[in-house]
Design a protein around this ligand. Structure first.
Ligand code: GLP
Length: 237
């Protein structure tokens, strides 16, 4: 893995944006895998500011809460529309449909979308407990799109966006680890001390589903961009 330790969130956003832009400009048809959460916000701000041409770019998002529609201000569809999709001319954008009550059908449908639109570059954040998308500790590395149960720590972390803890959905449609590993290239970003343990486990720990992001050690092309706080527990720098 190519690990870059930079000064702060702004530096992470700039470096990640430049990598994504290079990919966008590298060919006629591009698929980007996108992520939500606070980590990518600075990258999407740069997209809104610079408005690169993305008319040849298809996007596929990692996950969506079950039970929230695109009008709900905490759904990932709403987040993506607000931060990115309403501002640029993407060719096509895909997220799982959180309102589909046919869970198996929705997972199979999203797997088909991913088969046709395998990301050239997948952007990832990481949870405090090492989750990627909503693949929580203990979930199988063999899963494709699945119904993920949020770990209590994730419900807790994500409750900052909701009126109360009880309002946080406890399940989500999520690309599985197997789906994520299909991406030709992966770009993972993280900042803050809260992520330090997960970053250490991901980079220096054993590959185990107790630390989902550790599987990235087995991907051939991963770039990691973190700030000094997120890197603070690493033994090698
Ligand atoms: C959520 C998302 C993840 C994201 C994580 C970290 O649980 N499903 O894709 O990486 O939160 O979020 P943040 O970037 O806000 O710390």
């Amino acid at each position: 893995m190519n690990v870059n330790i930079v000064k702060d969130k702004a530096a992470i956003a700039k470096m990640a944006y430049d990598i994504m832009l290079d990919m966008i400009n590298s060919k006629d048809e591009v698929t980007l895998g996108l992520a939500t959460g606070s980590s990518p916000e600075g990258i999407y701000e740069l997209f809104r500011k610079n408005k690169p041409n993305v008319s040849h770019v298809t996007t596929v998002n990692l996950d969506e809460y079950i039970g929230l529609d695109a009008e709900h201000d905490q759904s990932y569809a709403y987040f993506m529309n607000k931060h990115l999709f309403h501002h640029l001319n993407f060719k096509q954008t895909f997220l799982p449909n959180g309102m589909n009550s046919d869970f198996a059908g929705e997972c199979a449908h999203y797997d088909e979308i991913l088969e046709e639109n395998t990301p050239d570059l997948q952007l990832l954040g990481i949870g405090n407990n090492g989750h990627i998308a909503f693949n929580e500790p203990g979930m199988s590395f063999e899963l494709t799109t699945n119904v993920a149960e949020l770990a209590p720590a994730t419900v807790e972390a994500n409750s900052r966006y909701f009126a109360s803890h009880d309002d946080v959905p406890k399940t989500a449609f999520s690309m599985g680890i197997k789906s994520i590993m299909q991406a030709k290239e992966i770009l993972l970003i993280a900042s803050g001390v809260g992520k330090a343990e997960a970053i250490k486990g991901m980079l220096e720990g054993p590959v185990t589903n107790q630390m989902p992001a550790s599987i990235l050690q087995q991907h051939p092309k991963v770039t990691v961009i973190i700030d000094e706080d997120a890197a603070s527990l690493l033994s090698k720098k």
